[in-house]
Design a protein around this ligand. Structure first.
Ligand code: SAH
Ligand code: SF4
Length: 387
């Protein structure tokens, strides 16, 4: 079956460039920032708390984008808001749907840059894989994003915006008066798209605070997983200031191999990383850490590696996600054979750990783990001579 691919909407007429609009964007402000922005624009201090709560619900509970629809606010106040602020989200440039139902969105953000977001429907959940940067400063040798140099960090608005545009596409905002729907299409969020979330800590934290807020998008911190390549100094802070579940891109069992696969290991090696991970469940009051392990043929997939992995993580409440390598054009690795992956999984399982093998999703649209890469860099280079 071939993947039904939505028309490339690049050919559609563009809206005015959002950067031409000087009004501050309300999306992505924390409650405290929203309140301060309302006061700075002239809202009386005594009203600001109530107005913040009302706006919050319109933006993040109902998904309303037009001040005129905020019917519990006086007409004059709606006009005041429209004159002083805007409600701006990333623009969906291309939407692709895989044969397996995975959806990939190419989003355009301010400055004309592009990032990708992926929605993965499963039987018991729907997971949105969110990006935190355009490109990545790190250069993990098996990762497509790692071949694109960092263009910039995403703002909190652009991170929350990914959740909001996915909800738009899934048609999932509540309808006033309709019975409450307890089953959510977008029920889980993973920070596993493009970029290293812990190199963009503040924006990721603020965005997650907004996503977790019970009067808005209301995703529980236990349904959010942040994946890091191992930015050790930010791990305790993640526990304290976000408190979500943590996944770590482990991928090797010796420093020599991890140094080549995940080069940040040269800064914070396996022993240092494990030290920080040992403290995380207690600090964040969460149950277990997910160890991500990409299966690369002949590189990190031996029985010895599996046994070493078990010894290394002893004492850490853990689950090991085995990710069959997802190829990309020019990648210097091959996926381990299926029998090898199963043998590796078996050793870990017998040692008492859950060791699910991640079925690649959305491979036909290059949406699987590690396949995301936007054209931002190339597009800039192509355009450069005309600039
Ligand atoms: N930068 C963060 C989060 C994004 S990557 C991090 O590195 O943790 C999400 C997961 O996919 C990581 O575990 C990453 O190592 C893995 N990954 C990257 N490239 C891959 C590929 N080609 N095949 C399979 N998994 C890959
Ligand atoms: Fe960056 Fe993560 Fe890819 Fe490494 S695996 S290059 S940290 S996105």
């Amino acid at each position: 079956m071939t993947a039904p691919i939505a028309p490339d909407v690049r050919t559609l007429p563009r809206r005015a460039a959002p950067e031409a609009d000087p009004r501050p964007n309300l999306i992505g402000l924390t409650r405290a920032e929203l309140r301060a922005a309302l006061i700075a624009a002239g809202t009386p201090e005594g009203q600001a708390r109530m107005r913040t709560g009302q706006l919050w619900q319109w933006l993040y509970h109902w998904g309303v984008r037009d001040f005129a629809q905020m019917t519990n606010l006086a007409k004059e106040y709606r006009a005041f808001l429209a004159a002083n602020f805007r409600i701006a989200l990333p623009e969906v440039v291309v939407r692709q749907v895989s044969a397996d139902g995975t959806r990939k969105y190419l989003l355009r953000i301010e400055g004309g840059h592009e990032v990708e977001t992926v929605y993965i429907p499963e039987e018991d959940r729907g997971t949105l894989c969110v990006s935190s940067q355009v490109g990545c400063t790190l250069t993990c040798s098996f990762c497509h994003t790692g071949t694109q140099r960092l263009v910039r960090n995403l703002t909190a608005a652009e991170i929350v915006g990914q959740v909001m545009v996915a909800r738009d596409d899934l048609g999932e905002w509540p309808v006033p008066g309709a019975p409450k729907d307890e089953t959510r299409l977008l029920s889980n969020l993973v920070l596993m798209g493009m970029g290293e979330p812990l190199y963009n800590f503040e924006a990721v934290r603020d965005a997650m605070q907004i996503v977790m807020d019970g009067e808005g998008l209301s995703l529980s911190r236990r349904r959010i997983t942040l994946s890091t390549s191992g930015v050790v100094p930010e791990i305790a802070r993640t526990a304290a200031e976000i408190g979500c579940l943590l996944a770590v891109s482990f991928h090797a069992t010796t420093d020599a191999v991890r140094d080549t696969l995940v080069p940040i290991n040269r800064k914070w090696n396996i022993a240092t990383l494990l030290g920080a991970l040992r403290d995380y469940p207690r600090l964040s009051n969460s149950e277990r850490i997910t160890f991500e392990y990409v299966m690369l043929k002949g590189v990190n997939d031996s029985d010895e590696d599996a046994r070493r992995l078990v010894r290394l993580i002893a004492g850490i409440p853990a689950k090991i996600n085995l990710i069959p390598f997802n190829p990309w054009p020019g990648a210097p690795y091959e996926r381990s054979d299926w029998a090898r992956i199963e043998a590796f999984a078996d050793i870990i399982y017998k040692a008492g750990y859950a060791s699910p093998i991640r079925t690649p999703r959305g491979e036909d649209i290059m949406a699987a783990c590690g396949q995301l890469k936007s054209e931002t860099e190339r597009a800039r280079r192509v355009r450069a001579p005309a600039d």
